[in-house]
Design a protein around this ligand. Structure first.
Ligand code: AMP
Length: 404
C-alpha cells in the first residue's frame, strides 16, 4: 500500500457479526471486504474477499468481537492474502453506530464522552448500540492510538424541525424519556442526497428530493435544501413503510388491543419486528421481494396484495413529502429493491400520476446504476441512485481524520 495517509477501515458491528471494508480514500478504492459471522458460537466463520480474487472462508475461534477483530487484523496483514504490511498502515477506523439520540448531528471522533453517549442510548438502540460499542472497544485494543470515528445512523435526520419529530403525546414523554421521531438509514439518505445533487448538477444545499430507501428495511426521507425535513421511521426503525419483516405504521391502538388479547410486550415486539411485513402477508412465508414478485406473477393473490400494500404505503408517503418539500427536483429510488426491482418502481410510479409522474418503461428496465427512469415529459424526474453506506462511513471518517 502507498505511503499516503488515507487508509480507512470501516467496521459494522452487529450482535453476532462484524463486517469490515478497507478503503484507500485518495482514490476511494475498496481494497478488501469481509465479515465474521456467528460470533460467540462454535460455528464462527471468517469471510474475506479482495476484488478480483476468490472469496476465502474459514472457521475461526471468535468468542467475542475482540477475538473476531484480532483475526480480521491478522488476515489483513497475512503475507499471503493480506493487503497491509502492518496494522500501523490503518490511519482511522469508521464505525457504524445506530443511535446517539439528540447528541450528534454529524459523525464524531470517538472519545470517552462519545462512548458514554453510545452507552446512554442502549435503551434507544438495544440490539445495535451494545454491539457497536463492542466494535469500538475491540478496535481501541487492537489498534492503539488509531482514531475511531462514530458514523451515526440517526445523525443526518437531526435537522428535522420540532413539529416533524415530536409526537402529540403529553410533554413528559419527550422531556423525561426522549420519546420522539429520530429516523434511521441516515448514512444511506446522506450518501444518496449528496450523490443525487451531484448527478443533477445542483449544490447539495439547494436540493429538494424525496429519497426512497427500499430494502429489507425501508424508509423515505423528505429532503429540503439538502437537509432532512421529515422521515418515515420513528423512535425505532419499526415505523413507516411495509418492510421485509416489519409492519410499519399502524393505529397505535393495535398494540393495546394485542396486549388486551394476552400478548406480552416482548411477543408483540417480536411479531411486529420479525414476523410481519412481506413475510406475514405475501402467502409464501418469505421476507424477500424477489419471492413476493415471483409468487404474484404465478397468480398468488396474497402476494399480489402484498405488492399493492407495499406500493400503496410508499405512494402515500411520496405524495406527502412531495408537498412538504414544495415539489422535489427528483424522486429517488435506492436500496436493494429501489435499485433493482423494476416492478416495484413501476407499481409505485403508477400511483403517482396525480403528481405528474410519468415512467419511461424502457429506461425503468435498468438495474443497480444511477439513471433517470421517468420520461422526458414527466413533471418530476424519477431516478435510481445506488447507495453506498460503507463509502459514506469511509468518507466521513477520512474527513474527520483530516480535521475537516
Ligand atoms: P437490501 O436490504 O437493501 O439489501 O435489499 C434487499 C431486498 O432487495 C430484498 O427484498 C430483495 O428481494 C430485493 N432485491 C434485490 N434484487 C432484486 C431484484 N432484482 N428484483 C427485486 N427485488 C430485489
Amino acid at each position: 500500500m502507498s505511503d499516503q495517509k488515507d487508509t480507512i477501515l470501516v467496521i459494522n458491528s452487529g450482535s453476532s457479526s462484524l463486517k469490515f471494508m478497507l478503503f484507500k480514500m485518495s482514490t476511494e478504492t475498496m481494497v478488501v471486504k469481509g465479515l465474521v459471522e456467528r460470533i460467540g458460537t462454535p460455528q464462527a466463520n471468517l469471510v474475506y474477499q479482495r476484488p478480483g480474487f476468490d472469496k476465502l472462508e474459514q472457521p475461526i475461534q471468535a468468542d467475542d468481537h475482540g477475538q473476531a477483530l484480532d483475526k480480521v487484523c491478522a488476515t489483513l496483514c497475512d503475507p499471503g492474502v493480506g493487503v497491509l504490511k502492518s496494522l500501523s498502515e490503518v490511519d482511522a477506523v469508521g464505525h457504524r453506530v445506530l443511535h446517539c439520540g439528540e447528541y450528534y448531528s454529524d459523525s464524531v471522533a470517538v472519545d470517552e464522552n462519545v462512548k458514554k453517549v453510545i452507552r446512554d442510548c442502549f435503551e434507544l438502540g438495544p440490539l445495535h448500540n451494545p454491539a457497536n460499542l463492542q466494535g469500538i472497544l475491540a478496535c481501541e485494543k487492537a489498534l492503539p492510538g488509531v482514531m475511531n470515528v462514530a458514523v451515526i445512523d440517526t445523525a443526518f435526520h437531526q435537522t428535522m424541525p420540532k413539529y416533524a419529530y415530536l409526537y402529540a403525546l403529553p410533554k413528559k414523554f419527550y422531556d423525561e424519556y426522549k420519546i420522539r421521531k429520530y429516523g434511521f438509514h441516515g448514512t444511506s439518505h446522506k450518501f444518496v442526497t449528496y450523490a443525487t445533487a451531484e448527478y443533477l448538477g445542483k449544490p447539495k444545499d439547494e436540493l429538494n428530493a424525496v429519497i426512497c430507501h427500499l430494502g429489507n428495511g425501508s424508509s423515505i426521507s423528505a429532503i429540503k435544501n439538502g437537509k432532512v425535513l421529515d422521515t418515515s421511521m420513528g423512535l425505532t426503525p419499526l415505523a413507516g413503510l411495509v418492510m421485509g419483516t416489519r409492519c410499519g405504521d399502524l393505529d397505535p391502538a393495535v398494540v393495546l388491543t394485542m396486549a388486551r388479547k394476552g400478548y406480552s410486550i416482548d411477543e408483540i415486539d417480536k411479531i411486529m419486528n420479525k414476523q410481519s411485513g412481506l413475510l406475514a402477508i405475501n402467502g409464501v412465508n418469505s421476507s424477500d421481494m424477489r419471492d413476493t414478485e415471483a409468487a404474484a406473477k404465478a397468480g398468488n393473490p396474497d402476494a399480489q396484495n402484498a405488492l399493492d400494500m407495499f406500493a400503496h404505503r410508499i405512494a402515500f408517503y411520496i405524495g406527502g413529502y412531495f408537498t412538504l418539500v414544495g415539489g422535489p427536483d427528483a424522486i429517488v429510488f435506492t436500496g436493494g429493491i429501489g435499485e433493482n426491482s423494476v416492478n416495484s418502481r413501476k407499481i409505485i410510479c403508477e400511483r403517482l400520476k396525480a403528481l405528474g409522474v410519468e415512467l419511461d418503461e424502457e429506461r425503468n428496465q435498468q438495474r443497480g446504476k444511477a439513471c433517470v427512469i421517468s420520461s422526458d415529459s414527466s413533471k418530476v424526474k424519477c431516478i435510481v441512485m445506488p447507495t453506498n453506506e460503507e463509502l459514506m462511513i469511509a468518507r466521513d471518517t477520512y474527513r474527520i481524520f483530516q480535521g475537516k
